[in-house]
Design a protein around this ligand. Structure first.
Ligand code: MSK
Length: 663
């Protein structure tokens, strides 16, 4: 395997060599063995009834029922959106139950950590606040939130958080979601054989269900996680496989829901558990995350991250993991096979996700602390079974935790918190625009390459980047989520970041936390100066290494909210020109955003910058000109650059105490 052929991650590279040496297969190998079906990959295989599957290979061909290429491709895409919206939203529903239990006392160990946010959410859900205890409010918030899933008519509450103009667009088109579950079920109904057979009409429902996810299920998941576990603010932690420790019990938490992982964090910090680990010969307990469980726990508790989606099997290959504790979504079944070569226990915990061959220790919020301790104890008991280990000595610092509340605060403090300075910077041209670069890894493309290259190009072009999910974890591994990355930023972006004291790439959380990006966009649109709708903002959304149905739902709710969204890898509707047009020019005309699939990294960058410039011109803003703002004025920064050029191993943070005169 040529170097860099599979991944740009040095830690992953080392582990893939190890896997080859040990003859252990991973997703990086399976992808070569499994060629994609040329018909299904283009969206042209219909298996919605037992007359088929009908495999359509060219325009003009129809299935046994007469379904056309565009109908089949649209149905397949809509079903993908439905599955993604269901996954996010079911995650949100479970958090509502935990909040309810925390308030009634039926879920011991959970607390209402952010009462301020509880009150804000209560206000938006029209729950009475005055003269009530936080528990009384929380019970009503949980019940009102749960009712959003089963709501049958009207509109979900959080649509009111969108700019007025956007709400009117949704109402005029008849795509304002009535209830989360209803819109998902309706996709399944419409795409049943012999039902909705007009591609555009099918995909209108795709927009509606995706909105129910973004402004409904996902937004509720984010809000309730913040109420229960705290609204994130920046902190420093580490990432990559080097966070695992040779002489400690290593437990990896992987999946998405913070409900169990937060309890495992508490159990792993318990002095009794640490003593127990010592009694087994370890020096302590190290907890590390993978995927979005990692995002949840690193931004609130500073739990280090072992990596992103494609790092999951590689972490087991270190031989140093006593237990990998998984809950829902993005968990490879292949983990069990890899773990068979080591002592590692794969522990499933969700009643919705069991894996044959894994140890199942089911989570129940009514006795969460007890279950978490049992799991940690199981991992500790496994430590003496460890054989040889191989942990790459590679890790990087990162600064996660930029919730939209913190972004508002950092730009104006408690009393003047607002996004005004952000809008002003875009209007002045210091910032060319904004980009949300989110989503997964996909072994069909080089691991982490597209995320890294695209974000570097944006920084150079003064585009402020926000990231979530595995995309955020990717660029954290390469040092972009810390102050040192300002060396890659253009002069305007660098000045803004230096003034505010932020890295040029802002980590906003997990997959469901893409809802935080929607909130920021809505506030930018209503703040003034950048039009009056999200579609006016010079910004783009990207998922360059997407792989999951959740990514399809996320992309669709960004488009439905007015954002030009580009996904990489390949188009799942490539076989239908009509559907490609519907989600492109068609959706742009309807909702102001469009969805494109562009596998080429350079073209993705160019399309994004062209779009940002087009939006700037439409707003009458000055043309982007990086020479207008000259060099960064931060002399500490200049001193740091000089010191590095001279070969000194000095961190920018360590220079914080250097006076300007000294610098
Ligand atoms: S975990 S959905 S691989 S971002 Fe949220 Fe990562 Fe994508 Fe899963």
């Amino acid at each position: 395997m040529p170097k860099g052929d599979k991944t740009v991650s040095p830690a992953a590279e080392v582990m893939l060599e190890k896997a080859a040496e040990m003859d252990i297969g991973t997703a990086f190998d399976r992808v070569d063995e499994m060629k994609p079906c040329p018909i299904g990959s283009k969206g042209l295989c219909c298996k919605n009834c037992a007359m088929g599957p009908c495999r359509l290979t060219k325009e003009g061909q129809v299935g046994i029922c007469g379904a056309t290429v565009s109908t089949v491709a649209a149905r397949n895409l809509a079903r993908g959106i439905a599955a993604g919206a269901a996954a996010h939203s079911d995650h949100g529903r479970d958090l509502c139950f935990v909040l309810h239990g925390a308030a009634t006392g039926e879920a011991p160990g959970y607390q209402i950590r952010d009462e301020f946010k509880l009150r804000e959410v209560a206000r938006d859900l029209e729950v009475e606040i005055e003269g009530r205890t936080k528990e009384e409010i929380a019970i009503d918030v949980a019940e009102r939130a749960l009712a959003e899933f089963g709501r049958q008519s009207g509109e979900i509450y959080y649509l009111a958080r969108a700019p007025q103009k956007r709400q009117e667009i949704w109402r005029d088109l008849g795509i304002a979601p009535r209830g989360v579950d209803r819109e998902i079920v309706e996709i399944m109904h419409r795409t049943h054989v012999g039902n909705d057979q007009d591609a555009e009409h099918i995909l209108d429902q795709g927009l509606r269900a995706a909105l129910a996810d973004g402004w409904g299920g996902s937004m509720l998941a984010t809000d309730i996680s913040d109420i229960l576990f705290g609204t994130p603010s920046p902190l420093v932690t580490q990432i990559s496989l080097g966070v695992l420790k040779e002489d400690e019990v290593n437990i990896i938490i992987h999946g998405h829901e913070p409900t169990l992982s937060e309890m495992i964090v508490a159990a792993a910090l318990d002095p009794e558990m640490i003593e127990y680990a010592k009694s087994k010969g370890a020096k302590g307990i190290t907890l590390a995350g993978i995927c979005c469980t990692s995002n949840e726990t690193l931004m609130r508790q500073g739990v280090p991250s072992a990596g992103n989606f494609l790092d999951q099997e590689l972490a087991v290959l270190t031989g140093a993991v006593e237990a990998m504790v998984v809950d829902i979504q993005c968990i490879f079944q292949g983990l069990v096979d890899v773990a068979e070569n080591f002592h590692t226990k794969i522990i499933t915990t969700s009643p919705k996700a069991m894996i044959t061959g894994a140890l199942h220790m089911e989570f129940d919020e009514h006795r969460a602390p007890e279950i978490a301790r049992e799991i940690v104890k199981t991992a500790i008991d496994n430590y003496p079974n460890r054989a040889s280990t191989y942990i790459p000595d590679i890790q990087e610092n990162m600064v996660p935790g930029f919730s939209h509340e913190y972004v508002r605060y950092m730009l104006g403090g408690h009393y003047r918190g607002s996004l005004r300075p952000l809008n002003d910077a875009i209007m002045a041209g210091r910032l060319r625009g904004v980009a949300g670069v989110v989503g997964c890894n996909n072994p069909r493309v080089v691991h982490d390459e597209a995320h890294f290259e695209i974000v570097k190009a944006f920084l150079k072009n003064d585009v402020l980047v926000v990231q979530t999910g595995c995309g955020a974890l990717c660029n954290a591994k390469y040092g972009l989520l810390q102050g040192e990355a300002l060396k890659m930023a253009g002069p305007g972006l660098r000045e803004i970041c230096e003034t505010v004291g932020i890295p040029p790439v802002l980590h906003m959380g997990s997959c469901v936390d893409n809802s935080r990006i929607l909130t920021v966009l809505a506030e930018m649109a209503t703040e003034g100066g950048l039009g009056d709708d999200i579609s006016d903002i010079p910004g783009v959304g990207l998922a360059p290494e997407w792989m999951s149905e959740k990514a399809l739902s996320i992309a669709t709710y960004f488009v439905a909210s007015g954002v030009y969204t580009i996904m990489g890898v390949k188009s799942p509707v490539e076989g239908s020109e009509a559907v490609t047009d519907i989600i492109g020019a068609g959706w742009e005309e309807k909702v102001g955003g469009k969805l494109e699939f562009e596998p080429d990294i350079e073209r993705t960058i160019q399309k994004s910058l062209d779009h940002i410039d087009k939006k700037r011109a439409a707003l009458g803003l000055p043309e982007y000109d990086p020479t207008r703002f000259g060099q960064s004025g931060d002399r500490r920064w200049q001193a740091w650059l000089k010191a590095r050029e001279e070969g000194a191993e000095v961190s920018l943070y360590s220079m914080a105490g250097v006076s300007v005169e000294e610098a």
